[in-house]
Design a protein around this ligand. Structure first.
Ligand SMILES: [Zn+2]
Length: 422
C-alpha cells in the first residue's frame, strides 16, 4: 500500500510550539523524490536523498507528506475579512459591496477590526500562508486611521509567525495628509483604486506622487471592472517605467485587461513587462463581483493571466476578500485560489501553485523560500501524494514552518462505516 494511504506514522511532536526544526525527515517533493531537508538559522541548508531510519527527537517525520514552498497571500483585506455576518450585506456587485462597507464603517472600532484581522490572519497561517500583504482602508470621517492602528497592532502580535505588509487603500476623498500620517505610522505601501474615482488619471498621479516623494512602492487596485476602455494599467506602467527596484509596483485585479482586443493586450502587457510591474490576480473575488450585468455568457472577470505569464511578468494570486460584503465565501486557503486558477484561468496545477507561493513572494519583494539550499525555510507539508491531488482535495493535514520554526499544525480524522475502511 502506498504510504500516503496508510495510517498516520508521524512520530515527531505535532504541536505547533514555534521551536526550530533541524531536519524534515522523509518528505516528498513535487517531482516525487523522497528527501531529508536540513534547516538552520531559518534557512534550508541541505536537501539530500531520504536516509531512512528514525528521525531525531527534534526532527519532523514527514512520511506521506508533500513538502512545498509555503503560500503567500499578496492581496488581502484583513480589516474587512470575516465581517459578512456582522454587516449582513445583500449579494451583489462591487458597487453594492462598497455601499454596504461604507454604511457599516462608522461602527468600526480599532478593537473590532483587530479581532477579525487576527482571526483572518491565523486562518491563513493554519492553512500554510506565512506572508500576507493586506490593504487597509483609510476611513472617511473623524478617525480615518482606525484600520491602520488595528492592523499595525496585529502585525506586531504576529511578528514571530508570519510576515505582514500593509498597503494604505486611499479613497479619492481622503486627503494626502491622512495618507502621509498612515505611512508615518508604519504602513509600507501606497494604494488606492483610481479606476473608480471621478478622475482616474488624476487620482493615480496624486498617489504615485506621494509614493515618489517618500521613495516607496505602490500597490494599486487597478481596473476592477469589465469595460475595456477603462485601462489605467497602461498609464500606471508607463508612469513608473524609471522607478528603481527599491520602489516596487504592483497592480491587483486588472480585470479589464482580460476583455481588450489582442493588439491592445499585447501593447499593455509589453508595457507592464518593461516596467517590471507585478500583477496580482484574484479569482474568487473577481468571479463573485464581476458579471452581474451579464446574465448570459457571463464573463469570468479574471485578468489575462496566460498572456502575462507568457510575457515573463511576475504574477501572484490571492483571494482578495474573505467572508465580507465583497465575497461571502472563501476559506483563507491558497489551495482554493490555486484550484480556481486551474478551473477559471486554465493554468496547470504547477503554474497555479507557483502563483500562490513563489510568484506571490516575488510580487511582494520577499526573499526566496522553499526547498532549496539557502532559501528561507517557509514551508508547507501537506498530506498528499501529488501537487495536483493537494489542489484538488485540499487535505486538512498540514504542518507549517516559518523561518524554520513549526508555527502551525492541523490534522483531521475521518471514518466511514463501510467495512474495512476508516
Ligand atoms: Zn482588494
Amino acid at each position: 500500500m502506498p504510504e500516503h494511504d496508510g495510517p498516520p506514522t508521524l512520530r515527531a511532536p505535532r504541536r505547533a510550539d514555534g521551536r526550530p526544526v533541524p531536519v524534515l525527515h522523509n518528505a516528498t517533493l513535487e517531482d516525487g523524490r523522497r528527501v531529508d531537508v536540513h534547516l538552520a538559522d531559518g534557512l534550508v541548508t541541505d536537501v539530500v536523498a531520504a536516509a531512512g531510519g528514525d528521525p531525531g527527537p527534534e526532527d519532523l517525520d514527514l512520511t506521506g507528506h508533500l513538502l512545498l514552498t509555503a503560500p503567500a497571500e499578496p492581496h488581502a483585506h484583513l480589516d474587512k475579512a470575516l465581517s459578512f455576518d456582522e454587516i449582513g450585506p445583500p449579494m451583489g456587485d462591487l458597487r453594492s459591496a462598497i455601499r454596504a462597507w461604507d454604511d457599516h464603517a462608522p461602527q468600526l472600532t480599532v478593537e473590532s477590526i483587530a479581532d477579525r484581522a487576527r482571526r483572518a490572519a491565523l486562518l491563513l497561517l493554519e492553512n500554510g500562508t506565512t506572508a500576507v500583504r493586506t490593504h487597509v482602508n483609510l476611513l472617511r470621517g473623524d478617525a480615518p486611521l482606525r484600520g491602520v492602528h488595528a492592523l499595525l497592532r496585529v502585525r506586531q502580535e504576529l511578528a514571530d509567525v508570519m510576515d505582514v505588509q500593509l498597503v494604505a487603500l486611499t479613497p479619492f476623498v481622503v486627503p494626502d495628509a491622512v495618507l502621509h500620517e498612515a505611512l508615518d505610522l508604519g504602513v509600507d505601501l501606497v494604494g488606492g483604486h483610481p479606476h473608480s474615482t471621478p478622475d482616474p488619471s488624476g487620482d493615480l498621479q496624486r498617489l504615485l506622487a506621494v509614493a515618489r516623494s517618500r521613495g516607496i512602492g505602490v500597490d494599486m487596485h487597478t481596473d476592477e471592472q469589465l469595460n475595456p476602455a477603462m485601462l489605467t494599467l497602461e498609464e500606471l506602467a508607463l508612469s513608473v517605467r524609471n522607478w528603481p527596484g527599491s520602489m516596487p509596483v504592483t497592480a491587483g485585479h486588472c480585470v479589464s485587461l482580460g476583455t481588450v482586443a489582442p493588439d491592445v493586450l499585447a501593447r499593455v502587457v509589453r508595457a507592464v513587462a518593461e516596467s517590471r510591474v507585478g500583477i496580482v490576480t484574484l479569482p474568487i473575488t473577481n468571479l463573485y463581483l464581476q458579471g452581474w450585468d451579464h446574465p448570459v455568457s457571463t464573463p469570468r472577470g479574471l485578468t489575462a493571466v496566460r498572456a502575462l505569464l507568457d510575457a515573463g511578468v511576475r504574477v501572484g494570486a490571492g483571494a482578495d476578500n474573505v467572508q465580507d460584503p465583497y465575497n461571502p465565501v472563501g476559506r483563507s486557503d491558497a489551495l482554493e485560489t490555486a484550484m480556481l486558477l486551474v478551473a477559471a484561468a486554465h493554468l496547470t496545477p504547477e503554474e497555479a501553485y507557483h502563483a500562490v507561493s513563489t510568484g506571490a513572494r516575488e510580487v511582494m519583494s520577499l526573499p526566496p523560500a522553499g526547498v532549496g539550499c539557502g532559501a528561507q525555510a517557509d514551508l508547507l507539508a501537506i498530506r498528499s501524494p501529488t501537487l495536483r491531488a493537494a489542489i484538488a482535495t485540499a487535505p486538512a493535514d498540514r504542518l507549517v514552518l516559518h523561518r524554520g520554526r513549526l508555527v502551525a499544525t492541523s490534522r483531521a480524522e475521518r471514518s466511514t462505516s463501510f467495512p474495512g475502511q476508516g
